[in-house]
Write a protein that binds this ligand. Structure first.
Ligand code: C5P
Length: 222
């Protein structure tokens, strides 16, 4: 078994999932999207009309639901209690509420446990906000993937427009900034670069260039 463990953290829209998916494939390990887990809990909480200020209810929910990933040709599907929510967790409603849900310590405890269980069974490229600091503090490789907020907003804008959505660029940029502020300012395991993480700034770089850099870093650690 390839036991390489790569922690890939960084702010919203830095391209973590695209890079993590391709890197995991090239390295022969499992890609784990931890943001999808917090999004899944948020989606389920909205479905069940749970008050997002009710920390006890959110904690109970996160210990009760079953989150699963299924590998597909395109990447990965996410399900909660058997329901496929791959697309649903990318909605604007989930995106604007996920930071509040992920700030709850009980929710984090449940998700971190799940993430650590996965990494104990297989090699991983795990993307998130606290992987290098909290989830896998002894990962073989820690990368902090970032880009200017303008570029992150521009990429996300183009991605959503290509999917047929109509949206406002300035609003999208403000939403990314708001999410970064909430994620880095929260009390429990805030988004933070690990002291020993290597910074990869993707501003002005193509996906191919970024992947090449990441694979070089990972292969040097193998
Ligand atoms: O990566 P993505 O943008 O899908 O993450 C959605 C949200 O999930 C983040 O804005 C953050 O609030 C939360 N998250 C987190 N810790 C992680 C991964 C994501 O708090 N490890």
């Amino acid at each position: 078994m390839n036991t390489l463990r790569v922690a890939l953290d960084g702010p919203a829209g830095a391209g973590k999932s695209t890079v993590a998916k391709l890197a995991a494939k090239a390295l022969g390990v499992t890609y784990v999207d931890t943001g999808a887990m917090y999004r899944a809990i948020t989606w389920k909480a909205l479905q069940e009309k749970i008050d997002l200020a009710d920390q006890a209810a959110l904690t109970e929910l996160s210990t009760r639901v079953k989150i699963e990933f299924q590998l597909t040709k395109e990447g990965q599907n996410v399900s909660v209690d058997g329901a496929d929510i791959t697309e649903a967790i990318r909605s604007g409603e989930v995106t604007s509420n996920v930071s509040a849900v992920s700030a709850v310590s009980g929710v984090r405890e449940a998700m971190v446990k799940l993430q650590q269980e996965i990494a104990a069974q297989t090699g991983v490229v795990m993307d998130g906000r606290d992987i290098g600091t909290v989830v896998l503090p002894d990962a073989n490789v820690k990368i902090w993937l970032t880009a200017s907020v303008e570029e992150r907003a521009q990429r996300r804008y183009q991605e959503l427009v290509a999917k047929g959505q109509t949206l406002d660029y300035d609003q999208l940029k403000a939403e990314i900034e708001r999410r970064d502020l909430l994620d880095s300012g929260r009390e429990h395991s805030p988004m933070k670069k690990a002291d020993d993480a290597i910074v990869v700034d993707t501003t002005g770089q193509s996906i191919e260039m970024v992947i090449e850099q990441i694979l070089h870093i990972c292969r040097s650690a193998e």
